[in-house]
Design a protein around this ligand. Structure first.
Ligand code: ADP
Ligand code: ZN
Length: 599
């Protein structure tokens, strides 16, 4: 927009200037001498005028030719005869003058044109939401978005080793697509990088391009949407066309959720433009030949709101988690960024990493920068530990306000809670082994989590297994009750899952003796179907409902007691493990096993 805007103004200015020049030129070309009216009258009296032409205001003419010269052209402006008579009588030189209306005329049409043009641009701008010019309607300016010869490498992205590892295959492919397809390897097409903001998703995608030496096209999901209807789709088409010409290459779409929100999600009637753009994206994804080596990557921190169509096989069917770094990861990230500043030996990187739980790569980059700035402000040659400590304090205060970090007391509770889940699961036979326990906050809901992976895929679950699972879920709260003699709200997600299992046991699996071998359909399919006289009313009587409720409660209470008993008999182990978790933030199953076996 900016560019075209200036152009038009220049055109108008150029026009005005040309008219002025022409005007002057015309007059100077026919160099007509302007003489005073009194002089003209004088010449008339002396008989020196050969011919005149009279208009309303002016008299033009030619003086009579003398022997040595031709007559000259002249011009004079008429003056009111009465006044001229009076003036002539008194021998005063006088001349008439025509007010120049040139500029006034010019203004009278130039100003409105300027206003009009200005207004037009203003409106256009508004309508297009600052987007590039209407001249290039739909013509993707992908040239701006393509970056070649990126010098970002995997060494610049630290603390996300697992994600990097998963990316390796993509790089292999991009380096030599032909070789890959010849062997018949599964060709990756769409990769979704999932993780909180600032964890390095964009960097990872760039590093993949840098490492494999291919061009990198990037665009943000929100950029697609703020445009005229139809433009977003055109842009997608163009982006893919350009990318295909540069293949092998990587297309990176940041904030995919802005574009790929589930259709009809959150806004009634839908957003036509977004939907069209999304459809176009799906068409393009399905349409291109994976053999040519265009890899599509996208980043989001809200995969759950994405349109399921985007996640189907052949589209973004591979997901790579880019999680918040643990202490070791933070240390690695700090080291990457420390290379860019001057610091002295007092800076203990491990200690700084320990002080920054919950921070992501972007926060840590910020932290190092802040410490360097503090050192400059203090006229120091190099940043010292003191600057780092102060920078941490400042940053933590800011992040805590935004609710992105948890305070030490909460962290302690979370560590015991998670360890509660892990230990109950460890000591109950027939539960899935614990794979990973972490107290690094992730997502919005969970403050920490304990990941259990089933040893085998299963379709059948025994009653004891279900009961153990409930006990494990309730272990978090039991641990809090034992260690802190108080409970927190942190367990509400656990409670809801445990209750769901218990309810299914009673109502669907016939696992309650009092209720018996019956199946009640899970929930009313539609809230409207449950209205009186509309059929589909409750399948059971009030008294059955009471028994069901009592049974569910009974199961939950018994399993809570199981968890509570296990944990209170192992209170010291619980506290020890929680202490270690607090320090390391993440423990995997093997580490936990070792700690338990050692004590
Ligand atoms: P995201 O795309 O996940 O929101 P970015 O990749 O844009 O995050 O990261 C923003 C900045 O934070 C980067 O430019 C980099 O300086 C820093 N950063 C983030 N993650 C890392 C990391 N894992 N290692 C090093 N620096 C990182
Ligand atoms: Zn829990």
């Amino acid at each position: 927009m900016e560019k075209h805007h200036k152009f038009s103004v220049w055109y108008v200015l150029l026009g005005v200037w040309a008219v002025l020049i022409l005007h002057n030129l015309l007059f100077s070309m026919f160099a007509i001498e302007t003489i005073a009216y009194s002089e003209f009258l004088d010449l008339v009296r002396k008989g020196k005028i050969a011919e005149v032409a009279i208009t309303q205001n002016q008299i033009q003419g030619k003086t009579a030719s003398a022997q040595d010269s031709e007559g000259t052209l002249f011009r004079t402006v008429r003056v009111d005869p009465e006044i001229s008579e009076l003036l002539a009588k008194n021998n005063i030189t006088f001349k008439g003058e025509i007010e120049s209306t040139f500029f006034r005329d010019l203004l009278s049409w130039v100003v409105p044109i300027f206003l009009f043009v200005g207004l037009w641009f203003f409106i256009m701008r508004r309508m297009m939401g600052q987007q590039p010019g209407f001249m290039s309607l739909g013509k993707n300016k992908a040239k701006i978005y393509v970056q070649e010869d990126l010098d970002v490498t995997f060494d610049d992205v630290a603390g996300v080793d697992e994600s990097k590892h998963e990316m390796m295959e993509v790089i292999e492919f991009l380096k030599n697509p032909q070789k890959f397809t010849r062997i018949g390897g599964m060709i990756p097409r769409g990769i979704l990088l999932v993780g909180p903001p600032g964890t390095g998703k964009t960097m990872l995608a760039k590093a993949a391009a840098g490492e494999s030496g291919v061009p990198f096209f990037s665009l943000s999901g929100s950029e697609f949407v703020e445009m005229f209807v139809g433009l977003g789709a055109a842009r997608v088409r163009d982006l893919f066309n350009q990318a295909k010409q540069k293949a092998p290459c990587i297309i990176f779409i940041d904030e995919l959720d802005a574009l790929g929100k589930a259709r009809g999600f959150g806004n009634m009637g839908g957003h036509d433009e977004r939907e069209q753009t999304l459809n176009q994206l799906l068409v393009e994804m399905d349409g291109f030949d994976p053999q040519i080596g265009v890899i599509l990557m996208a980043a989001t921190n809200r995969p759950e709101i994405l349109d399921p169509a985007l996640l189907r096989p052949g589209r973004f069917d591979r997901q790579i988690l880019v999680d918040r770094p643990d202490k070791k990861g933070r240390e690695a990230i700090l080291k990457v960024h420390l290379k860019k500043i001057q610091y002295d030996g007092s800076v203990d990187v491990e200690k700084v990493a320990a002080m920054t739980p919950g921070m992501v790569g972007a926060d840590l980059a910020n932290l190092v920068n802040e410490a360097a700035l503090l050192a400059v402000r203090r006229d120091k040659e190099k940043a010292t530990m003191a600057e780092f400590e102060e920078a941490v304090e400042r940053l933590v205060a800011g992040l805590e306000k935004k609710n992105r970090l948890i305070n030490p007391r909460e962290k302690k509770i979370v560590a015991h809670h998670e360890m509660g889940h892990a230990l109950v699961s460890f000591f109950l036979p027939g539960t899935d082994p614990v794979q990973k326990i972490t107290i690094i906050p992730r997502g919005i809901a969970a403050l920490g989590y304990t990941m259990q992976v089933p040893t085998e895929d299963r379709f059948l679950m025994k009653k004891t297994e279900l009961l153990n699972r409930i006990a494990t879920l309730l272990g978090g709260r039991a641990a809090e009750a034992i260690v802190f003699e108080d409970i927190s709200t942190g367990a509400h997600n656990d409670l809801s899952k445990a209750t769901d299992i218990a309810r299914s046991m009673v109502r669907e699996y016939g696992m309650s003796e009092k209720v018996g071998q019956v199946y009640f359909s899970p929930k009313n399919p539609s809230p409207f179907l449950n209205m009186p006289g509309m059929g589909g009313a409750t399948e059971y009587s009030e008294s059955t409902a009471e028994i069901i409720d009592a049974e569910i409660r009974e199961i939950l209470a018994a399993q809570y007691k199981t968890a509570f008993d296990i944990l209170s008999s192992k209170k010291s182990l619980l506290e020890k493990c929680a202490g270690i978790l607090l320090e390391k933030e993440t423990l995997d199953g093997q580490e936990l096993r070792k700690i338990i076996e050692a004590s």
